[in-house]
Design a protein around this ligand. Structure first.
Ligand code: SF4
Length: 225
């Protein structure tokens, strides 16, 4: 008999290369800054379970591209499915190929579409703040100031769309988050466990590989959930 689970694991396995301080990725900045900091200082292999979840997101993204490209949807023209990203700020670089973004043209205007897979779209009532962060940054850098977040349910392909208004002020705050991360990494000091600051963000800790380390270093208190 073949062990297909094992074959999937083999197929998806990628060596985790250590990250270089001074080089950052747009996809990181919506996450908890302390978690990103840990990932530079204490690199860890991504668990096979998480790798599979990411791959499901990729599969869904490819499906969304096919839907947007379909001749049966003539009102939307797919312009690009990848966005090269390279920006230098002070003494660091933010770069990477952004492949969760699609550029389409509808009613004559260009729109950035950020695709997100979700376990249950019924629970998605608004654009999620950590997703908005990324989209704001992309809108700022590309100059395409129309953005939408498209959530697609992994169980049944039901979807929801939220439009995200561009805000230069928000984009500048996001760039400043990279500045803060760079400063903390250079100083060797971890940032606050920001995801534990608020009930709305503490869910991130459930999926954080550094959860034990973080709670070991900063136990639950009146300030930190
Ligand atoms: S456990 Fe939560 S607060 Fe701590 S690093 Fe992970 S995501 Fe951030």
């Amino acid at each position: 008999m073949i062990d297909f689970d094992k074959m999937i694991d083999n197929h998806l396995y990628k060596e985790n290369k250590p990250k270089e301080i001074g080089r950052y990725y747009p996809s990181q900045i919506g996450s908890c800054l302390r978690k990103v900091w840990y990932s530079y200082k204490f690199p860890m292999e991504t668990s096979p379970e998480l790798v599979k979840i990411f791959e499901l997101g990729n599969i869904l993204h490819d499906f969304v591209v096919k839907v947007l490209q379909s001749e049966k949807n003539p009102d939307v023209e797919l312009v690009s499915t990848e966005l090269p990203f390279k920006q230098e700020y002070d003494d660091f670089l933010v770069s990477g190929r952004i492949d969760n973004i699609i550029i389409v043209k509808a009613s004559g205007k260009s729109i950035l579409v950020e695709v997100k897979s979700t376990g249950n779209v019924d629970f998605v009532e608004d654009a999620m703040p950590h997703n908005v962060v990324q989209l704001q940054l992309y809108m700022h850098v590309t100059g395409i100031h129309n953005g939408i977040l498209l959530y697609v349910d992994k169980r049944n392909l039901k979807s929801k769309v939220f439009s995200v208004p561009y805000s230069e002020e928000e984009a500048v705050k996001i760039i400043n988050r990279f500045r803060a991360l760079h400063k903390f990494l250079k100083a060797g000091v971890p940032p606050d466990p920001e995801a534990r600051e608020d009930k709305k963000t503490v869910w991130m800790c459930k999926y954080c590989e550094y959860r034990d380390k973080c709670y070991g270093e900063i136990p639950t208190s009146a300030k930190w959930l």
